[in-house]
Design a binder for this molecule. Structure first.
Ligand SMILES: [Mg+2]
Length: 390
């Protein structure tokens, strides 16, 4: 199956954040970094500074020799982390598999999404710009290697799509050092054989490259041809299952929010039963319009896979966290501490058993006719008015 992998990189991230905090820096040649008299280095250079060949990892003293009027800004790592967390939270909400590479880079696997990768990337690029004021570059390809290089090629504020089958042709004219695993040393060795572009590397005979680099030589050729099978390794562990909804417009109406909690609880219950799991912790997540996010959790008396129990716990948590009129951007329910359902005999109560039989019947109908075939009447009532987008 052809995969769709997105790579996102925040452009000159530290500098972009500094420009938000100090708008007078906008358009200036400046660098975030250590002081020149303390052997500091540049962590991030603004695009105007890059015109003077100033790059990250360069000693600040050298950067100042290249451009004596360069403004040096001391780093504010706490603020960068704060922005990074907000952007990453948005990404994690937007794709089932997200691998954060660093403070300002991530891979998203959107292979299962019916929307084209280009549209997903364009929409996220716009959201990140509109909500956080941060420019990003995106690469869309069939694997991580090519997606990462595509985003690099498009900088700043680029969106480069490499269609399936075009990987090798896309990489061909680029310098070999743009490939992963081609550092200065490898580059130097390749240069001796006049191999400077990825295309030149791709056509070297495997035997020759094996003599030079051993097994790694074959790996280099595969990379030069744009082959990479590594998976997007989601950092989210499957110690919980959750369901979330970002509303198309912020919602402040309790009835709508509560309805959404019930629907998500039903979905979770159904998924737990399908996988033969039960969870003993219920958690909610609420994101406010300014993107600040809270989570609250509660322990159940015993592990549960029942919609009603999950919903009651989630609803109680929500009522404590929410106040009348507060608008909500995203709402989520999760169940963790997963294990096999260990329901104890409840000799004097048949209500739960009744519920379980009912739920089994519901699950079998949903399986046959799709998830919307059957819903409790009270979760149907407002269905038209909720503008949930999953
Ligand atoms: Mg970056």
């Amino acid at each position: 199956m052809t995969r769709t992998i997105l790579h996102v990189d925040l452009d000159a991230f530290f500098c972009s954040v500094e420009e938000l905090e100090r708008p007078e820096l906008k358009g200036c040649a400046f660098a975030v970094g250590g002081k020149p008299d303390e052997r500091g280095v540049v962590s991030s250079a603004s695009y105007p500074a890059r015109c003077f060949s100033i790059k990250s990892a360069m000693p600040t003293a050298r950067a100042l020799r290249l451009y004596p009027d360069l403004i040096i800004v001391s780093p504010h790592h706490k603020i960068y982390s704060k922005y990074s967390r907000k952007v990453m939270a948005l990404l994690f909400d937007s794709a089932p598999l997200v691998e954060q590479l660093s403070i300002d880079e991530a891979f998203l696997d959107v292979s299962d999404d019916p929307l084209p990768g280009k549209e997903i990337a364009a929409s996220l690029q716009k959201t990140i710009k509109d909500h956080f004021g941060l420019p990003t570059s995106w690469g869309v390809a069939t694997n991580k290697l090519v997606a990462k290089i595509a985003s690099e090629v498009g900088k700043p504020e680029g969106l480069v799509v490499v269609p399936p089958g075009e990987e090798e042709r896309f990489l061909s004219p680029l310098p070999v050092q743009m490939l992963w695993g081609v550092g200065p040393k490898t580059c130097e060795q390749l240069d001796k054989f006049k191999i400077r572009s990825v295309g030149e590397l791709a056509i070297v005979s495997p035997e020759r490259l094996k003599l030079l680099f051993g097994e790694r030589g074959l790996d280099l050729i595969a990379k030069a041809k744009g082959v990479d099978r590594s998976a997007v390794a989601s950092v989210r562990e499957r110690r919980s299952i959750s369901s979330e909804r970002t509303f198309a417009a912020d919602v402040a109406e309790y009835r709508v929010l509560d309805r959404s909690l019930r629907r998500m609880s039903e979905e979770l219950g159904s998924r737990l039963r399908k996988e033969g799991l039960a969870g003993s912790t219920v958690r909610i997540k609420v994101r406010w319009p300014d993107f600040s996010t809270i989570t609250r959790q509660a322990r159940l008396q015993q592990p549960s896979d029942q919609d009603g129990e999950i919903y009651r716990a989630a609803s109680k948590l929500f009522r404590k966290a929410w106040h009348e009129g507060a608008a909500v951007r995203l709402l989520g329910v999760g169940v963790s501490n997963l294990g096999p359902p260990a329901r104890q005999l409840e000799l004097f109560s048949h209500s739960w058993e009744h519920d379980e039989n009912l739920l089994k019947a519901i699950d079998s109908i949903r399986k046959r006719y799709g998830p919307d075939a059957l819903r409790r009447a009270d979760s149907l009532r407002d269905a038209k008015r909720t503008s949930d987008s999953d």
